[in-house]
Design a protein around this ligand. Structure first.
Ligand code: ADP
Length: 615
């Protein structure tokens, strides 16, 4: 093969153009990218070697070597990793397959300020063009029949490919960087070592600069938790994820029964995976005896813990484990349940010991825990301890179910909750009249997932969870004064009859309320809680839903009801009365968070206003 010239794909030309002319100050990151690529290549060949000895240089030491040449102004990064064939080099370095660079371009078009985004991105290999005049990549694949190949480019629109059989005999990849004049510092060993300390200290293969190892390469998770400082945990997290923010919580877990495990798990500060993150998928990094088996292993934790980041290593995984068989491995099942328990336990402790920090966790990740409660019956009881709610006690406090139960009234035997769209509309719900008056606590369930959750979560510590809109609700504290009626029996009967005529099919019944004090009416649910809550779920999902048929409870002590009853008595079929009845119903639905089209009330409200003003 002679030297061939190729053109880069258009996106790469665009990317290179930006990088070559970049004035970005933190150019150091190019080295992190190259080392990270080398480390990936080493992990991949290490994994291959577990089952396949028919590779080039099966016994070569797995390492990264960096050479600086001040006089020639070059930097060389060499690895004994998996290498690339000719086709792979064209595919990997000639097209824009990887997500980082594609995202980068998208972001760039939006922001138009390259310097701001470069540093946050893994723009990968191409970032070398911030410092390079020319780069030559020479590689020999681990596959015995593949020939060595050299790829060269100045970062303009073209690259060349040539045969490198005589140039590179060993397996792996060498990246020779001819540095720009203003990047001469990267030909200095001290500078390189400094960058490695900062960005690549935990890379698990030795990085040799001159003749000594520049990185710690400690498998942090294999150390005793007592020996690791908080700062080291944070650094490890940042190197693992490229997140700029320190994690909210780390859990370092070392055990040998029931299964050997060395794990460092992190709860990030934010739910959204930073779009620049090195981690491109959910899942944990799984090692078996320090060998990286899989980069994104999703089976180690239940799906609701998918936001957790970290590394898990175990001696109990068979060394010849293949990617497929992991799922059926018994040690794996034990690992999963052990890790899940440990995480739940740590979160529970955090909730008890540091309410403020827990609240931060809860605001970001609460929906995941609720999802767990709704979807994992086996863990429901444990996860329920992690739940937090707002309540009618007000304030910013988050209430746990345990705290709720603790301060229940002696005569109270259920945990009351109310479902709605948001705290404000719930706070004025007529259902709360009674609870307010009797100082009974009611939990506010305002998140979409809450209705899912209460469909399956029936009780907590033997206390039933009870929706306050339940028609059969048996409320304590019955020593109440009966509500003084403002409506004569006869007028009342007329009004009930009129409501039934006007609202007809929309209600299952109209009856007198025993609990309302401040509100004229409320809607209670006669049917099974699960069915009613499902309608709410459907509405939240934007699906067609039926307005559940409810019982309307009327407050005979309320002036509005008294006035309506008087009108019902004196005038049959009064248009104003009928409009008032419709409005009463829809207002109640609105407070329930169940009114489909609030705007449709406007003409009626206008009609009522006109009538009121004419008076
Ligand atoms: P990313 O690492 O995000 O995939 P890069 O642009 O850094 O993107 O690299 C593109 C691809 O080139 C890598 O995914 C990998 O397949 C290949 N590659 C880069 N460096 C090496 C290397 N040192 N050894 C083997 N393959 C490599």
């Amino acid at each position: 093969m002679t030297t061939e010239s190729h053109e880069f794909k258009a996106e790469i030309q665009q990317l290179l153009n930006i990088l070559v002319h970049s004035l970005y100050t933190d150019r150091d990151i190019f080295l992190r990218e190259l080392i990270s690529n080398a480390s990936d290549a080493l992990s991949r060949v290490q994994f291959e070697l577990l089952t396949n000895r028919d590779v080039v240089d099966p016994d070569a030491e797995l390492k990264i070597t960096i050479e600086c040449d001040k006089d020639a102004r070059t930097l060389t990064i060499r690895d004994t990793g998996i290498g690339m064939t000719r086709d792979e080099i064209v595919e990997n370095l000639g097209t824009i397959a990887h997500s980082g660079a594609a995202e980068f371009l998208k972001k760039l078009q939006a922001e138009k300020k390259p310097a701001d985004v470069i540093g946050q991105f893994g723009v990968g290999f191409y970032s070398v063009y911030m410092v390079a005049e020319e780069v030559a990549v020479t590689s020999r694949s681990y596959q015995p029949e593949a020939a060595a190949v050299r790829w060269t480019s100045k970062g303009d629109n073209t690259y060349t490919l040539e045969d490198a059989e005589t140039l590179r005999a060993d397996r792996g990849t060498e990246i020779l960087v001819r540095l720009k004049e203003d990047a001469a510092e990267y030909a200095e060993e001290w500078k390189i070592e400094q960058i490695i300390k900062k960005h690549s200290d935990f890379v698990s293969f030795p990085i040799t600069v001159k003749d000594h190892t520049a990185n710690q390469q400690t498998a942090l998770w294999r150390q005793s938790p007592r020996e690791v400082t908080a700062e080291q945990y944070d650094n490890f997290y940042k190197q693992l994820t490229l997140d700029f923010e320190a994690p909210l919580l780390h859990v370092h877990f070392v055990a040998d029964v029931p299964v050997d495990v060395h794990a460092v798990l992190y709860i990030p500060a934010k739910r959204e995976r930073n779009m620049f993150s090195l981690r491109k998928d959910d899942g944990l990094k799984l090692y078996g005896r320090k060998v990286l088996i899989q980069e994104y292993f999703k089976e180690l934790l239940p799906p609701y813990f998918r936001f957790v980041q970290g590394v898990v290593d175990s001696e109990d995984l068979p060394l010849n484990v293949s990617r497929e068989s992991i799922q059926n491995n018994r040690a794996m099942a034990k690992l999963k349940s052990t890790l899940t328990h440990k995480l739940i336990g740590e979160l529970e402790d955090l909730g008890q010991q540091d309410a403020a920090k827990y609240a931060t966790f809860w605001k970001e990740f609460g929906p995941f825990i609720k999802e767990g409660v709704a979807t994992e019956p086996a863990s429901q009881a444990d996860l329920a301890k992690l739940l937090r709610f707002k309540s009618n006690r007000g304030g910013d406090d988050w209430v746990s179910l345990a705290a709720y139960v603790e301060r229940m009234k002696p005569e109270q035997d259920a945990i009351y909750y109310i479902l709605g769209d948001d705290v404000h509309s719930i706070a004025s719900s007529p259902h709360l009249d009674y609870f307010r008056k009797h100082e009974l606590e009611v939990l506010y369930l305002t998140e979409p997932l809450d209705s899912f959750m209460v469909v399956t979560l029936k009780d907590f510590n033997d206390k039933k969870l009870q929706n306050v809109d339940d028609a059969k609700l048996d409320l304590p504290a019955s020593g109440d004064q009966p509500i003084e009626s403002k409506v004569a029996d006869e007028d009342y009967a007329q009004l009930i009859a009129r409501i039934k005529t006007v609202l007809g099919e929309k209600l299952t019944d109209v009856r007198e309320s025993k609990v309302l004090t401040d509100s004229p009416c409320r809607l209670v649910s006669p049917e099974e809680a699960a069915e009613r809550d499902m309608q709410r779920v459907k509405r939240l999902l934007g699906q067609d839903y039926e307005i559940p048929k409810k019982i309307m409870e009327i407050n005979r002590g309320h002036q509005l009801i008294a006035d309506m009853a008087a009108l019902a008595q004196s005038k049959q079929n009064d248009a104003l009365l009928d409009a008032s009845i419709q409005q009463l119903y829809e207002s109640a639905l609105l407070l329930e968070g169940l009114l489909p089209n609030p705007a449709e009330m406007v003409p009626r409200i206008q009609q009522l206003m006109e009538a009121a003003l004419r008076h």
